[in-house]
Design a protein around this ligand. Sequence first.
Ligand SMILES: [Zn+2]
Length: 453
Amino acid sequence: MSKLLIKNARAIVTCDTEDRVLTGQSILIDGSKIVALGEDLAADNAEVINAQEMFVYPGLVNSHHHLLQAFSRNIPQIQAFELFDWLLFLYNVWTNVTPDYLYYSSMVAMGEFIKYGGTTMFDHHFAFPRGKGRNMIDRQFEAAEALGLRFHAGRSCFTRGKKEGGLPPDDLVETLDEVLEDSLRVVERYHDPGEFSMRQVVLAPCSPFSVDSDVMIESAKLARDKKVRLHTHLAETLDEEKYCLETYGKRPLAWAEDCGWVGSDVWYAHGIHFTDEEIDILSQTQTGVAHCPVSNMKISSGIAKIPQMLEKNVPVGLAVDGCGSNDASNLMADIKIGYLLHRLNSSNKAPTGYQILKLATVGSAKLLGRNDIGSISVGKAADLFMINVSRLELVGALLDPAAFLATVGYSRPVDFTIINGKIVCKDGKLTGVDEEIIKEQAAQEVAKVYNRF
Ligand SMILES: [Zn+2]
């Protein structure tokens, strides 16, 4: 097993249970694991990284994404739309998704994520157009493996199309049997529940207005039988709330509860429009929320009550959301934007910059059911990133390394991203793939789709 010694770091923001920020200390990695943390560490045959000018952070964990949207960004026609109209336009783009399309859009978005300090990605993939090929999730695992990314795939679906009163077009709709069969297949093929696992599967029907109760109920049963987690969009917009009241006769959370979708193995994307009583239910059941500040701002969905959720000990993580509504896969940028959003909205009740960083590390890790990632601690997986802060523009901005990413922010690719003990990004470049080749191939996939319009 190879060893890596990160030597004499200017600061290590551990995000550990004691919230330690270490200065002048080193990290020894053996294989996948952090095996020592301290002063004057040495190791024979270890590759050494001089970290004297580096701030070191735990790898960022994205708790909600749609990788297919890398190729549906910055579309002029929908930049002023809110969620339902935005989706109605984009469903037509997504009927063109093939396994190759998804492979390259995943490569692009995962590559960007890694370059900005990302180490674990959860993706929520819902587009399985009829006749376009079933091996979508398979191609995502393939992309993640090439890049060295720790990947949790959400096998999502649409089961309520237009003719049943749902939002998606009927050719994006699957039957209950098709969904359950492919969900079971990907769980059995890819889900690894072990320590330092690089591949996990989550069952994740898409949203209250695109699936029916049956697929929610049956997915919950299957997930609990196979011991995998559950994820869906919930309480994202007031349009969704109105849809639930009209269709199910109840609010979104009450519908989810009726389907068996609360508990410590469940987390929702967004969770903006919860009442105080509903936040109490999340707290009592330890049901989690992936907070997506940039997406929520871009499509005017609202501001999640994150200060109240944190006060009530609701599990909260940070997420990019799909890069169609972000329009990027850079979770490091979202730390700053999320921090500023809540400062504006809640003043001194807002989370601190360090608390927002923790949402993007240990917070998101908890949503994914992982206690082996999210902090720089002995025994945890060696997932971290490093920034050389010896730059003209950062002089005078380095007093608080724990808050730095939220307050000052950092807007360029990092110097090192390490996942499971391997350097996957060095000097801002991916090490697992030839970026020039992937860039050309991905651009050809984009051209194929847009040529159809
Ligand atoms: Zn989403």
